[in-house]
Design a protein around this ligand. Structure first.
Ligand SMILES: Cc1cc2nc3c(=O)[nH]c(=O)nc-3n(C[C@H](O)[C@H](O)[C@H](O)COP(=O)(O)O)c2cc1C
Length: 337
């Protein structure tokens, strides 16, 4: 049967009513992948590529997306693909599929990140059965607004915490103002070290155009850097500069191992949290520069009592205005191998 959705339409306009319920498994898998590609990714780089057949859906990493300056170990590329994988699994469960995920199916093919085998009549996993996660996929976005000094209710915070179910990945949350200020300062230092590196600046410049994301937050970041250095007399910069201190919560996802499977799983947990937060009206922004600069990552560990673990992803949570529009996505037909 002919597919009844238009793969060239704006990816954010996907509608569950267009699910090709009478078509082949391959057409259904392609439909579900339209949710995968709405995932967040570093610099909106969208490093995922997909291979689809009657047996399985394969998730591949596009080596052309390698950020050699800011992500030499490809840690964040794997986190990004993990987020896409999670969207796919949530959508698959929403349409009644069970699934088996195999991570890194073939030794010697490090870019083959995962294979997903779908089975009909699956029951949703306990942590994905909340339909709100599925519906949040098309609403989620990164918010770089200044967050209000409003506490997140305990019940909502618990819902966010409950997204973290993998035994390998854990969530650290803090609302300690003094600690957030200390981490804010470390972030400014990490930014300064990154911007001093010409390879980092060139890479950022290239992907700002490729990823098509709004550059105003980078400019704000540079303003923050300038303000931080202009305030070396001890006076404190205004609220807009201290984005983290003003957010109710700082969150850190960390793992016991620092291998690529842990990175992919971090991405899965992160996306579940981002969707859960979106469904609760809580905004979120990753702030990952500390982890990208090795010396800052080491300095960060004792601040959050994670001496024997690996911080993988840092983000702030709170209430702020929504972005005016979604960041662009490549259509599925450009991503199929
Ligand atoms: C691994 C990873 C790292 C990211 N790091 C940052 C960051 O340091 N600062 C930031 O503002 N956004 C960061 N982001 C958010 C991306 O820029 C954002 O997901 C992308 O531009 C797509 O926009 P969207 O999330 O609104 O769909 C990160 C996202 C991921 C997945």
């Amino acid at each position: 049967m002919q597919q009844n959705y238009d793969p060239s339409a704006t990816p954010w306009h996907i509608n569950e009513r267009d699910y090709p319920s009478h078509d082949s498994l391959i057409e259904k898998e392609k439909f579900l992948l339209q949710y995968a590609l709405l995932a967040p990714s570093k610099y909106n780089i969208q490093p995922w590529r997909f291979d689809v057949n009657e047996k399985e859906v394969q998730f591949w990493l596009d080596p052309a997306c390698w950020l050699t300056a800011s992500d030499p170990n490809r840690r964040e590329l794997h986190i990004s693909i993990g987020a896409a994988l999670e969207n796919f699994l949530i959508a698959a469960e929403h349409f009644g599929f069970g699934h088996t995920v195999t991570y890194f199916p073939e030794a010697g093919k490090p870019e083959w990140i995962a294979s997903v085998l779908l089975s009909p009549n699956g029951s949703p996993s306990p942590f994905r059965k909340d339909k709100k996660l599925f519906y949040a996929i098309i609403n989620r976005h990164t918010s770089r607004a200044v967050y209000e000094a409003l506490a997140i209710p305990k019940v909502d915070l618990n819902q966010i915490k409950n997204c973290c179910i993998e035994s390998e990945i854990e969530l650290y949350l803090t609302d300690d103002l003094a600690l957030k200020k200390e981490i804010d300062e470390l972030m400014i230092r990490a930014d300064a070290l990154q911007f001093a590196n010409s390879a980092f600046r060139e890479e950022l410049n290239f992907w700002m155009k490729e990823g098509g994301f709004d550059a105003s937050w980078i400019i704000a970041k540079m303003g923050r850097l300038a303000t931080a250095y202009l305030h070396q007399d001890g006076s404190s910069p205004d609220g807009k500069q201290n984005a983290l201190s003003h957010a109710p919560f700082l969150a850190v996802l960390y793992s016991k191992e620092d291998d690529h499977k842990a990175h992919v799983q971090t991405g899965q947990v992160f996306e579940r949290i981002a969707l859960s937060a979106a469904s609760l009206g809580v905004q979120l922004q990753p702030m990952t520069q500390i982890i990208e600069v090795p010396q800052c990552r080491e300095e960060f560990k004792p601040l959050v009592s994670l001496e024997n673990a690996y911080p993988q992803h840092i983000f702030r949570l709170g209430y702020g205005s929504r972005e005016k529009s979604h960041t662009p996505r490549r259509p599925l037909n450009e991503l199929l191998l």
